[in-house]
Design a protein around this ligand. Structure first.
Ligand code: ATP
Ligand code: MG
Length: 561
């Protein structure tokens, strides 16, 4: 492809509405343009990458027996009513004005609809059906470029089995295919969530990459691969120490002391001797939560322990509930349910609020002084804490979901009446799985992980072109003749080549070549040509070679591996 005839509107400046690096580089390299918030047009160079990723996905899906479908994105709303998901998606689902149609945010219902009509017997299964199709979701804050679009491409697959063991098999196949896909794309990823094993029906795993653009926060151990969303992550961390002897409780006047840090300064104690109080309302009933020192309450964990509705009490409600305002609340004399984090198990000689403004209590023995105390894991893990599975340590960082594999079980088949007859003529709901990959996300995450200050660094599988051919001064006949010969020879050898034949300065061409990031650059200039040589640069390492023209094809092939 000749760059002079190819629409690649590169930008020198960073577009001011872009903050995420992949977004910036996709705009600057002329691969995408925004149409409106969360809606992007792919230009020819960017679309080439999308097609390459899609092809890798297709190959690996076909390799596990997947059959490619192409379902409509425009769906009758009533099919989505069958599973109650019009309500479940709420504002995320795009509705058309005539109310009879919706734009599909995913395709479980439509695949189940087809299965219901054709998969009638145990003999018809297993099946793996997939597609690479546009999805529509009205994401509330699309601000990371194509990473979170309102329209995006998803590879979504669905498995149909007669037994839970069959589902386990289909799930395993997808797990392996996903690893191959992401490995081939050259992504560094990790897997969050444990499969539930046999008969689970609810196992699910998310394939994630570390990214500042991520909206999930995960705890990850590089050593053993432990990975969990912070909402559920645990860690190895010391509990409060129990002294040999418990003092009796005593009240201390602590004027203007409100935080754990102020209490530690005032009493000259360590934060591990303090229990911090937080009041939540659980179905309108107050519950006192105690955390060690400055540990923070993980509301997802708390929700699981309490069940029902929870919310933190408002500041103005605290006095009525406990007798004191924030900063002076504590467990001694508190009437209501009290749950302490596991780090406080059996603690004694602890300090906490006195339920009286400007007073604290010391010498608290949790088991002696707090009747009916309960303990649970309630804290948010922090970077640097011990991994719960090995001797190493956790890192906590934002991450983004690339793909998701999920044992649906019979949720959709039961809701929609997709049943099959077994060997004995008995009817059962089909056992299903669903498996998604965000195609644009794969591309953006690759760029997040593979770039430098000058631009993108493509590997040979995702690169829109393998070779970027730069003719430096094409007005010189020998330069333009040599470029034409090399250009044709590369194409002849089935090596995709982008030829910068534009009438612009050498510096401009070099900058664009680094920005666009093809793996190999071949530079044809007057000086080297006099010795029948050209320069070959490897984009990733910056290595440069002077290469005889006669050996160029071999050198390019060698470098491309
Ligand atoms: P997220 O939590 O990031 O919103 P999700 O849980 O909604 O993701 P799924 O419904 O499991 O995602 O969709 C499958 C895959 O589709 C995701 O793993 C992701 O790669 C991709 N995806 C989901 N939402 C978007 C989006 N708004 N833009 C681009 N890709 C998306
Ligand atoms: Mg989502």
């Amino acid at each position: 492809m000749r760059l002079s005839k190819y629409f690649v509107p590169t930008l020198k400046e960073v577009p001011n509405d872009a903050v995420v690096i992949s977004h910036i580089l996709m705009l600057r390299s002329g691969m995408v343009r925004m149409l409106s918030a969360g809606i992007y047009s792919f230009l020819p160079l960017g679309y080439k990458v999308i097609k390459k990723i899609s092809e890798i996905i297709r190959e690996e899906m076909d390799a596990i027996g997947g059959q490619e479908f192409h379902l409509p994105a425009l769906n009758p709303r009533e099919i989505w009513e069958e599973t109650g998901r019009v309500e479940a998606f709420g504002d995320t689902m795009f509705h058309l004005k005539n109310r009879e149609y919706v734009l599909a945010p995913t395709h479980e219902e439509i695949m189940t609809f087809h299965a219901r009509n054709v998969v009638k017997s145990y003999k018809d299964m297993p099946q793996i059906w997939y597609q690479i199709q546009t999805k529509f979701r009205n994401e509330p804050r699309p601000r990371s470029g194509v990473i979170r679009g309102r329209q995006f491409l998803m590879k979504d697959a669905y498995s149909f089995d007669t037994s839970w063991e069959g589902l386990d098999k289909s799930y395993e196949l997808h797990d392996k295919a996903y690893r191959k896909i992401f490995d081939r794309c050259g992504l560094k990823y990790f897997v969050v969530g444990a499969s539930s094993g046999a008969m689970g029906g609810t196992g699910s795993e998310e394939f994630m990459v570390k990214s500042s653009a991520g909206e999930d926060t995960v705890a990850y151990c590089e050593s053993c691969g432990y990975a969990a969303n912070v909402e559920v992550a645990t860690s190895r961390i010391d509990a409060a120490e129990r002294d040999a002897e418990s003092k009796s409780i005593y009240e201390i006047s602590t004027p203007n002391v409100h935080s754990i840090d102020e209490l530690c300064d005032f009493l000259v104690i360590d934060e591990t001797q303090c229990a911090k109080s937080r009041i939540y309302l659980n179905n309108d009933k107050p519950v006192l939560i105690l955390m060690l020192g400055n540990d923070e309450v993980n509301e997802t964990k708390l929700e699981k322990v309490l069940g029902g509705n929870i919310r933190p009490a408002h500041p103005e409600e605290l006095k009525d509930i406990s007798g004191a305002d924030a900063g002076s609340i504590g467990p001694v004399g508190f009437s209501g349910r009290i749950i302490a984090d596991n780090r406080l198990k059996n603690a004694n000689n602890m300090f906490s609020g006195a339920n009286k403004n400007d007073y604290h209590i010391g010498g608290i023995d949790f088991n002696r002084d707090i009747p009916n105390i309960e303990y649970a894991d309630l804290r948010i893990v922090q970077s640097g804490e011990g991994c719960p599975r090995c001797e190493k340590h956790l890192e906590v960082f934002p991450a983004i979901e690339l793909g998701h594999i999920f044992k649906l079980g019979t949720k959709y088949s039961e809701a929609m009446g997709a049943n099959f007859l077994d060997e004995n003529g008995k009817e059962h709901p089909i056992i299903m799985g669903s498996y998604g990959i965000g195609v644009e996300r794969v591309m953006a995450c690759y760029i997040e992980q593979n770039h430098d200050a000058n631009g993108i660094i493509w590997n040979k599988l995702l690169a829109p072109f393998q070779v970027h051919l730069l003719g430096l001064n094409l007005k010189k006949q020998e330069v333009s003749d040599t470029c034409a010969i090399i250009y044709n020879e590369l194409k002849h050898n089935n090596i995709e080549v982008l030829f910068d034949d534009r009438d612009v300065t050498a510096g401009f061409k070099f900058n664009d070549a680094d920005l666009l990031g093809m793996p190999i650059q071949v530079v044809i200039g007057e000086k080297k040509l006099k010795e029948n040589k050209c320069e070959v640069k490897v984009r990733k390492t910056g290595e440069r070679f002077d290469v005889e023209l006669s050996g160029l094809m071999n050198k390019v092939k060698e470098l491309l591996g």
